[in-house]
Design a protein around this ligand. Structure first.
Ligand code: ADP
Ligand code: GLC
Length: 480
């Protein structure tokens, strides 16, 4: 099949979270299965500076209609592996920035223009670049306008640009909602700015467009597909999602075993596997050193790697400060984002630097070291469309402590509730329930044989993208 992916992030060219990992691994898995795969992302500064893009060819210069103007886009293309091409949609004014969505304080004011432009440039490229896609697969709000733009362009020009469109919701909490005046930039017919179209309480809602106009809609875990049809998790779009209930399927993300694999991981000081865990001990010592903790510490290390947002349940961790102070344990947090959460974590780390460490930046190699060097990985999310770190943890022999929501509930089994199959510890998304799980973690850690059994079961699980990619292949075939 000829498959086109469109997303705002793609590992290793731009990453702020799991979207990049998921799109990177899925597109590579599909290419390895022999499909002709193209991925479109914006030409961010980090993408252009990446070594893979050094030999990128200038493919086309497009003129993109935006309301009454035409703006130029340069398209560059390179091929990082067989059957896979990466297209960068370049326009300095919009994408030559370090961070993709905002400056840390707030979102960029021109995000609507930037991503409408991105989607329109992809449509133009599909029209003029002769890609003949069987499937155009769009991810999250930044690419959500494509299904409707494609159909409109096909009508206008009397051509077929894609046989089918798929829209994947990685996180319904981010919808791309902009003022009504933004709609003019789409050049779509006015009747689409309506409650059965892109209009949402008098604003433009891009994700709503993706949900309504794609041929099929997917979420990144089966449970999340059900959750977002309820008012508790639907973030106001539950009614819209319900109208597509027949066409929604939840396909669990996987783990890219070329990147997240303790027996191959070049970012670790030592490699290890389930049969020989000695390398995990080396990683632990290195992690203790990096955090400036006593290196001979023998108790449990709790790790966190997360965007600091309400979603990730960081406030439940902060509400349990005294737990980390009272017990002989260590807490290592890698994360940046929300200023208040960052400050509170910083204050905690400054108060007990011998026990709590905060690394408040994006650091790919530290994220691997935490997964490898910790004993428990803490992820008490309020909601979690899929979540990758709880799977990485199991693969790295680090026991996940997660809340019972979304993809976390689909990928972790509580070891107290199911002593035969358990691979982690589960809680409800609140501080008291997290505390109970943390206490259960101490009990588990003290019971070496049981701890080892839970760890081994996690390491034996197959989260590979082979399974996930075949789910998408099946979906593409069904839709065609
Ligand atoms: P989300 O996409 O909601 O952020 P996921 O669990 O799906 O959550 O994926 C998060 C990804 O982002 C993981 O690969 C994780 O290691 C990475 N990540 C999050 N914060 C950081 C950070 N500060 N530095 C490096 N990697 C990070
Ligand atoms: C989103 C979700 C996360 C998911 C990731 C990749 O960022 O928050 O749960 O794992 O997308 O699909």
């Amino acid at each position: 099949m000829k498959i086109v992916h469109v997303a705002s992030e793609l590992f290793p060219y731009m990453k702020t979270g799991g979207l990049a990992d998921a799109v990177g691994a899925l597109s590579a898995a599909l290419a390895d299965n022999g499909h002709d795969v193209s991925v479109f992302i914006p030409g961010y500064r980090s993408s252009l500076e990446h070594k893979d893009a050094a030999g990128a060819q200038r493919k086309l210069r497009l003129k993109v209609e935006m309301a009454d103007d035409f703006l130029a886009a340069d398209v560059r293309v390179f091929s990082p592996r067989k059957n896979l091409r990466v297209f960068l949609i370049c326009r300095e004014e919009f994408f030559d920035r370090r961070a993709p969505y905002g400056n840390g304080e707030r979102d960029y004011e021109d995000n609507a223009e930037r991503f409408i432009f991105f989607c329109k440039a992809v449509v133009e490229m599909l029209r003029l670049g002769d890609l003949q896609a069987d499937v155009v697969h769009c991810h999250d709000w930044q690419a959500a306008l494509l299904p409707v733009l494609l159909r409109e362009a096909e009508r206008r020009h009397g051509v077929t640009l894609a046989l089918k469109t798929i829209f994947t919701i990685h996180n319904i909490a981010y919808q791309g909602v902009f003022p009504a005046k933004t709609f003019a930039r789409t050049n779509l017919p006015d009747e689409l700015f309506h409650m059965d179209g892109l209009e949402y309480y008098s604003q433009v809602n891009l994700m709503k467009g993706g949900i309504l106009f794609a041929d099929r809609v997917t979420t990144v875990s089966p449970r999340y597909a059900r959750e977002i049809q309820t008012s508790e998790f639907g973030c106001g779009l539950d009614g819209v999602v319900q109208t597509r209930a027949e066409d929604i399927v939840g396909l669990l993300n996987g783990v890219d075993s070329a990147v997240w694999n303790p027996s191959l991981d070049p970012l670790l000081p030592a490699r290890y596997s389930a049969v020989n865990l000695s390398g995990k001990g080396v990683c632990r010592t290195e992690l203790l050193k990096r955090c400036e903790f006593a290196v001979d510490f023998k108790g449990p290390i709790f790790g966190i790697v997360a965007r600091l947002t309400e979603q990730k349940g960081i406030d439940f961790v902060l509400a349990n400060r005294d737990f980390f102070l009272a017990h002989e344990c260590r807490l290592v947090v890698l994360g940046s984002g929300d200023r208040r959460m960052e400050e509170e974590l910083r204050t905690l780390a400054a108060a007990v630097p011998q026990k709590v460490f905060l690394c408040a930046k994006l650091d790919e190699s530290m994220s691997h070291l935490i997964e490898a060097g910790s004993d428990f990985f803490v992820m008490p999310s309020l909601f979690e469309p899929c979540g990758l770190n709880q799977m990485y943890s199991q693969v790295y022999g680090t026991i996940p402590i997660v809340s019972r929501v979304g993809g976390l509930a689909d990928t972790v089994i509580d070891a107290d509730e199911d002593p035969v199959n358990g691979t982690g510890l589960m809680c409800e998304p609140n501080a008291a329930s997290l505390r109970h799980a943390l206490q259960r973690a101490l009990v588990l850690f003290a019971d070496k044989p049981r701890h080892a059994a839970v760890q081994q079961r996690g390491m034996a699980r197959d989260f590979s993208w082979k399974v996930a990619a075949s789910g998408y292949e099946q979906l593409y075939r069904d839709s065609l």
